[in-house]
Design a protein around this ligand. Structure first.
Ligand SMILES: Nc1nc2c(c(=O)[nH]1)N[C@H]1C(S)=C(S)[C@@H](COP(=O)(O)OP(=O)(O)OC[C@H]3O[C@@H](n4cnc5c(=O)[nH]c(N)nc54)[C@H](O)[C@@H]3O)O[C@H]1N2
Ligand SMILES: Nc1nc2c(c(=O)[nH]1)N[C@H]1C(S)=C(S)[C@@H](COP(=O)(O)OP(=O)(O)OC[C@H]3O[C@@H](n4cnc5c(=O)[nH]c(N)nc54)[C@H](O)[C@@H]3O)O[C@H]1N2
Ligand code: SF4
Ligand SMILES: [Mo]
Length: 721
């Protein structure tokens, strides 16, 4: 008999409620859960096809060992014993830093994976932690650290009350938003306009979000920092700053005023492509709206942290932080900010890389140095790499350089559900469960929810084949290496608080502790006597909490003086190159175009490309080129072109469209599948790897971000085959 089980999707930050139909131990259907307390029947095409990943015939279901270039099935005992012995040897001979870990994006949607993986590396004693963050969001976290005093203290747009949403470098109509939980983004952006408010998108491409916003301004790639400095300049120059509020809430106002003084709208117009009149009009409208919020991720460039800082500063200076319709701080079942501080993740500058002396952010070093950390001789050189739930060969800048470096390693282990391009380079591939095979709770995004909720799901079906959860694998590895897993201060704290001495600290016990010991407890209905995991589990469609509160800034801030810091001299390293850019704008040169990225509703980073339903047509993979550039360089719609950067060249299919700005070309990332890997559908249609064109050594100084947007490129028609 088919049975229906509520659960939730774990592909992106929305965590849509789903209902799984289970027949004979298999999920035969997924549909949006219309009883879910927040997503209420909403989902996207990816979520409802996810069972095709779980039951994909190409999935890895047993530990695989590489023997003579081919894969041989092995037992878990053999796998763990061999990996642990080799890691022990490497650690004994070369020290703990010789072992590195890369944790990919989907770990963020598991309540246990990230914690256990990091705890394992901490127990090893290595500083070499890498991940998707330096391609994604670390600059946002550094900006929060500087402004509000903690990496994880991220304000979110109060979209449902906002009268003016300024979106700079984000495309929530496709991405569903990031560093904000925003279910059904399209409907909620439309609603802003319906109640008489404005949504303005600043982007080098007229995106799907721009289409529904109705107002769009082109900006030259990687010039958001200068443009936002000019917006701030205008606010101060016209006396539009929220003076009284700033006197109460902020420090460094005068310093910021001095910093932005030289950046007049006229001065930045040529570099940004935005005329001074538009900058002034937008600045005035934003500052005078009754509840405005600037939001986005214009941070994958040379001045990522400065851009993120200025975007937030705009909210602060106009009095829009911690007020209805502005940028607000959310609460939920788990106080992630508090936990990140307790876990010791909030320290900045203590842990530094060997190459480049980069400071770790939330424990993570820039992925741009990973290849050099592997190939550069000397003490601390990386000899072994464990990659979990990531595919850096396709997702980091210059993946081909990383692939070459990885071939020099003594040991590579991949925890994945497929033999990805990265797993293909491994000595061992360890099979992991997909979300439908594991229990979960949306932990990491608890304080980023515009509609806060919590939900507990059990595994919908048992692990397929011999797949295991990642936390179990890291525990096995720790045990075999004789390392105490979760030996950190926080673990001892949790153990003592829960009187768990002697019993195993499993993820569900840790979550229960976080919920019980969290501050959310008594403030919310329905349980005045406090929360627990068991109580949450009685509500299979989730428990909704009240919307984000306002007027709570003093309670939230983590700066020592409980003020928002509107400048920090460390930002000078990114301000200087902005000045240089304005003084001497880059000429056309050999690489006259700028490459930017793009996301597609049916694709997710480098995966989901083995789901036939999501792989129709190649339109999403084409290089988008403006008609003027197409004419200039002899490209035709539907034809093929070669894109060339300083480090590589790539052949692509072309789509000519005026949705991109003249001088800009756009390609999605996550493609360039290796036909040698085991995914038959993806291998048939590999697509181009845009990251092969991007120099991994061009690292943004403060957060270590990759410069994924704005790479100078040239295009020419491809030679006929
Ligand atoms: N040029 C360019 N590059 C980019 C970006 C861009 O905008 N432009 N965006 C960047 C961003 S924001 C991100 S987050 C990164 C992503 O970078 P990564 O995290 O390195 O890459 P993903 O493609 O998310 O890889 C996820 C891998 O995990 C596997 N997997 C899926 N589910 C599970 C599971 O439950 N368990 C295990 N163990 N494995 C699983 C998949 O098969 C896949 O191999 O890419 C970045 N790269
Ligand atoms: N369908 C789908 N959804 C996804 C993902 C996916 O791969 N597919 N990935 C998920 C992940 S890991 C993340 S991090 C989020 C990302 O979520 P978003 O940040 O909302 O999505 P992006 O598409 O990366 O949006 C970046 C926008 O910035 C624009 N842009 C590029 N360069 C510049 C610039 O220099 N300045 C400005 N102002 N704009 C610029 C691009 O044209 C693009 O529209 O999406 C998540 N959701
Ligand atoms: S928007 Fe799509 S991918 Fe994201 S959680 Fe919902 S169903 Fe999953
Ligand atoms: Mo991401």
């Amino acid at each position: 008999m088919p049975e229906e089980r509520p659960t939730f999707c774990r592909i992106c930050e929305v965590y849509c409620g789903l209902v799984a139909t289970v027949e004979d131990g298999r999920v035969t259907k997924l549909r949006p859960d219309d009883r879910h307390v927040v997503t209420a029947g909403y989902s996207c095409p990816k979520g409802i096809t996810f069972h095709q990943v779980t039951h994909d015939p190409d999935r890895v279901l047993h530990p695989l060992r590489k023997v003579d270039g081919g894969w041989q099935r092995a037992s878990w005992d053999e796998a763990i014993a061999d990996i642990a012995a080799r890691l022990d040897r490497i650690r004994a001979e070369h020290g703990p830093h010789a072992i590195a870990l890369y944790v990919g994006n989907p770990a963020g949607y598991s309540y246990s994976h990230r914690i256990w993986a990091s705890a394992w590396l901490d127990a090893v004693g290595s500083r070499n932690a890498y991940g998707a963050g330096s391609q994604d969001n670390l600059a946002d976290f550094v900006a929060s650290k500087l402004l509000y005093g903690a990496f994880a203290l991220q304000p979110i747009p109060d979209v449902d009350r906002s009268r003016f949403l300024l979106i700079v470098g984000a495309n929530p109509a496709v991405s569903q938003g990031t560093i904000v939980h925003l279910a059904d983004a399209k409907r909620r952006l439309r609603a802003i306009r319906e109640r008489g408010g404005r949504v303005v998108v600043v982007d080098p491409r007229r995106t799907e979000t721009a289409a529904l916003a109705g107002e769009h301004v082109f900006i030259r790639p990687d010039t958001d920092a200068p443009w936002l400095l000019a917006v701030l300049h205008t606010i101060f120059a016209e006396g539009l700053e929220a003076r009284a509020l700033l006197a109460q809430q902020a420090a460094g106002v005068e310093r910021l005023r001095q910093v932005v003084a030289p950046f007049t709208p006229e001065r930045v117009a040529a570099a940004t492509g935005i005329d001074a009149g538009t900058t002034r009009r937008l600045a005035r409208a934003f500052a005078t709206a009754d509840g405005a919020c600037a939001y986005g991720r214009p941070i994958c460039g040379r001045f990522g942290t400065l851009a993120a800082f200025c975007l937030d500063a705009l909210n602060v200076v106009t009095g829009n932080v911690d007020r209805p319709g502005g940028a607000v701080f959310s609460d939920a079942f788990v106080d992630v900010v508090d936990w990140s501080v307790k876990l010791g993740l909030d320290r900045w500058g203590e842990r530094r890389s060997r190459i480049g002396n980069h400071a770790a952010v939330l424990g993570e070093l820039p992925a741009g140095i990973l290849a050099d950390e592997i190939t550069t001789p000397g003490e601390g050189r990386i000899r072994a790499l464990v990659v979990t739930v990531g595919n850096p060969i396709l997702s980091v800048a210059n993946g081909p350089a990383l692939a070459r470096a990885m071939r020099q390693l003594d040991l590579v282990v991949a925890l994945d559900v497929y033999v990805s391009e990265t797993a293909a380079l491994a000595d061992w591939v360890l099979p992991c469960t997909t979300p439908l095979e594991r229990e979960d709770f949306p932990i990491l995004h608890q304080q980023l929810m515009t509609e806060p909720f919590g939900q507990w799901t059990e595994a919908v079906i048992p692990p397929q084949g011999e797949a295991k959860q990642e936390w179990e694998i890291f525990t096995l590895l720790s045990d075999a290496m004789g390392l105490p897993v979760l030996n950190s201060r926080v673990a001892s704290w949790v153990r003592s608080a829960l009187r768990l001495f002697g019993s195993e600290l499993t993820p569900d016990r840790l979550l229960d502790a976080m919920i019980r010991l969290g501050p959310a407890g008594d403030r919310f209905l329905p349980w005045r006597d406090g929360f627990s995991l068991a109580k949450l589990a009685r509500h299979p469609h989730g428990v909704r909490l009240p919307p984000p509160r306002t007027g709570i800034l003093a309670e939230k801030l983590r700066t020592p003086d409980r003020r928002i810091h509107l400048w920090d001299d460390r930002l000078a390293v990114e301000l200087e190159p902005v000045r240089a850019l304005l003084d001497a704008p880059a000429g056309d040169g050999a690489y006259p175009l700028r490459l930017i990225g793009r996301r597609d509703p049916r694709s997710h980073n480098s995966w989901l490309h083995n789901v036939p339903k999501l792989m129709r047509g190649d339109r999403c993979r084409r290089l988008r080129v403006h008609p003027a550039d197409a004419a200039r360089f002899g490209l035709a719609d539907g034809g093929r072109a070669v894109v060339r950067s300083e480090i590589a060249a790539l052949e692509v299919a072309v789509r000519v469209t005026d949705e991109v700005m003249p001088g800009v070309v756009s390609l999605p990332h996550g493609w360039g599948h290796d036909p040698e890997t085991n995914r038959r559908v993806a291998a048939k249609d590999p697509g181009p790897n845009c990251n092969a064109l991007i120099d991994q050594r061009a690292i943004e100084p403060l957060a270590g971000m990759a410069r994924l947007n704005g790479t100078p490129v040239a295009v020419e028609p491809a030679a006929r085959p």
